[in-house]
Design a protein around this ligand. Structure first.
Ligand SMILES: Cc1cc2nc3c(=O)[nH]c(=O)nc-3n(C[C@H](O)[C@H](O)[C@H](O)COP(=O)(O)O)c2cc1C
Length: 382
């Protein structure tokens, strides 16, 4: 991919390729987008320590999290509608992740269902993201499907009791796309390569919702699935899920040390320190600021993953020093997918891996294990 030197380049390329309604959907956050911005800008409140003359001629970026060793301390997090950003997006992303030796997580709002993603990527580590639905029998079906597809972990997302207004989506009429306006049609038809990619495999549908009889067409299905997300979810449901799900269980959307300890007590194997990429509670803490206290609270007794605003390799190094086992990315690979399909996702992963590698070397470190062992002594608050 020519002229693509960093994640910001992928974002620009994605913006040129996608209809505005979808590029805004990916880029945007809730309300004033304060938390969205803080996720990215708060990295600048920290600095890395530079140690020299330490022979860093060989380096090992591998990391162990959620019970397995991976080539990088990185995973692709759950992103809804991936299949609307690139052809067979979920399959392409999982394939790029598998080739890079890292796991990927299939969203509950995936276009291609998890069984298809698993079938097409037999060698890669897949996780499945779950929303607990008002209809518990349907929730059971989704869990059983994740189990049958061989998902190594279930990510229960808990920061989505309601969906706040995302003003870019409201302005673009994102939720009303069931009947596009003339303006929307013009914008969509102005992106012919995207239109071609979207229509080649038939009309796109939301994978899970398709099976649940949630209507016809992506937007109607997504709306019905979203209305099913249960705002009554509580810790007793986590207890139920822990009994029901035999493999790794991860709670996604933790921002408070007290909730992290609660997740540990409930038997979760891990958490994702997450504010949903600034798309839920506007005004919430950035994740890099929330991470240290949470890592301290669980003190190595469970895997602490973190997401939100990671655009540079040094961001990943900082999170690992602050106690994370691994980092999960969202938009970087969604932009990669929109910009260049599977190759674009591979490019996003390679950019982050390359930057992480040089960061380690310049910090005087030979491995991710050494970085994690050094912890907070390797960084300082600015
Ligand atoms: C377009 C988009 C769709 C998302 N869909 C989901 C989803 O279906 N389920 C979920 O748990 N999180 C979802 N997320 C949140 C991501 O998993 C992740 O928390 C967030 O993107 C991390 O921030 P980053 O995009 O800055 O890396 C979505 C995020 C974006 C940007």
């Amino acid at each position: 991919m020519k002229d693509c030197h960093n994640i910001a380049d992928l974002r620009r390329m994605a913006g040129r390729r996608l209809p505005r309604i979808f590029s805004d959907y990916i880029d945007g956050g809730s309300h004033s987008e304060l938390t969205l911005g803080a996720n990215e800008s708060d990295f600048a409140r920290w600095r890395l320590r530079q140690h020299v003359l330490r022979d860093v001629s060989t380096r090992d970026l591998s990391a162990t999290f959620l019970g397995a060793s991976h080539a990088l301390p990185l995973m692709l997090g759950p992103i809804g509608f991936l299949g609307m950003f690139g052809r067979r997006g979920e399959v392409a992303a999982a394939r790029a992740a598998g080739a890079a030796g890292i796991p990927s997580c299939v969203s509950a709002f995936a276009i291609r269902p998890i069984d298809e993603v698993a079938r097409e990527n037999p060698a890669s580590t897949l996780y499945s993201q779950l929303y607990v639905l008002r209809d518990r029998a349907l929730t059971e079906t989704l869990i059983a499907r994740a189990e049958a597809a061989g998902a190594a972990a279930l990510f229960l997302t808990v920061d989505t009791a309601v969906t706040p207004v995302r003003e870019r989506d409201a302005r673009n009429g994102f939720r009303n796309l069931t009947r596009p306006t003339l303006g929307q049609w013009c914008n969509i038809l102005g992106r012919p390569s995207w239109c071609w990619a979207m229509t080649r495999d038939g009309k796109p549908e939301v994978g899970h919702a398709r099976a649940a009889g949630f209507g016809r067409g992506v937007m109607e299905q997504a709306g019905n699935l979203a209305r099913q997300i249960d705002p009554g979810l509580s810790w007793s449901d986590v207890d139920w899920l822990r009994r029901r799900w035999p493999r790794k269980l991860v709670i996604k959307g933790i921002l408070e040390p007290e909730d992290a300890r609660r997740a540990l007590d409930a038997g979760a194997d891990g958490i994702v320190v997450s504010n949903h990429g600034g798309r839920q509670l506007d005004g919430a803490s950035s994740t890099i600021m929330a991470l240290p206290a949470i890592a301290e609270a669980v003190a190595g007794r469970m895997d602490v993953l973190v997401d939100g605003g990671f655009r540079r390799g040094w961001h990943i190094a900082l999170a690992l020093a602050l106690g994370a086992s691994a980092v999960s990315v969202g938009r970087p690979y969604a932009w990669g997918l929109a910009a260049g399909g599977e190759a674009g996702v591979a490019r996003a992963i390679a950019l982050l891996a390359g930057e992480l590698d040089s960061t380690l070397a310049l910090m005087g470190l030979s491995s991710v294990a050494e970085l994690r062992a050094g912890g907070g002594s390797l960084v300082h608050f600015n």
